[in-house]
Write a protein that binds this ligand. Sequence first.
Ligand code: SF4
Length: 297
Amino acid sequence: MRIEIDSNSGYCFGVEFAIQMAEDELLDGEVLYCLGDIVHNDMEVKRLTDQGLVVISREELPDLKNSRVLIRAHGEPPETYKLAMENNLELIDASCPVVLKLQNRVKHAFDKIQDQKGQIVIYGKQGHAEVIGLTGQTKQEAIVVMEDQDLDKIDYTRPITLFSQTTKSTKGFYRIKELIQQRIAEAKENQNEVEFKANDSICRQVSNREPQLKQFSTLHDVIIFVSGKKSSNGKALYSVCKEQNVRSYFIENEQDLDLSWFNPEDSVGICGATSTPMWLMRQVADFIEFNHTQLVS
Ligand code: SF4
């Protein structure tokens, strides 16, 4: 059996930076709170909580005072910064620069579109931390869409500016863009042209991986995709693998592996999301390597 770990998989620079920041801050032994899971990967969260990181929810934040709180790569809405000032919280801000730039673009577009009663639409997952940070730039007025039925929330007679959560799939974004265009055309009869601006704000750390993974998936008989179940880009990137190779399997860690997926002569590719640590993919590779002898015997 041949096993290869995809060298393009593993942390994006945003996640890498946030984890490094957490590790550095934890060195002094003082309590460090983190607002939400630092990364959508339970194994990595456990590794850091074992070092002293304390994960708290958004609901718990208002009760916290005089403490250090890490902001993860997904970014936060303005309310969090305001609350931190009020409660004397020291924010260790590991917001990804790509997300911060997008927050700025959304805020700028929202301010600009006010006079024409325009709408900001975000293609993303309602309640996802990054989406909360983005809608926070629009006084919660942005319309979040993911499924087709969410498109009913948009008024197609008023200007629309569309953005994407950074970790969504490119295919999904362009599909939503097309559906919005269709609905504008349907609503247009007897009306003036409606302004529609679509901004593909998917992070290139995610979209560039799609073609790379497509190719990687065709090079192996079996693909093992390692990711946390809560990871948005994990779901998007796994679907890219599955489309190319029907023998693609999604696992969180080696415990999810089923040896019946493999034949002794198979070539196995291991890959993952932007939130999948390289150590975990190696652990999975070692497990398969160690256990594949059972397939031969
Ligand atoms: S996927 Fe892109 S935007 Fe998201 S944390 Fe990574 S580098 Fe930043």
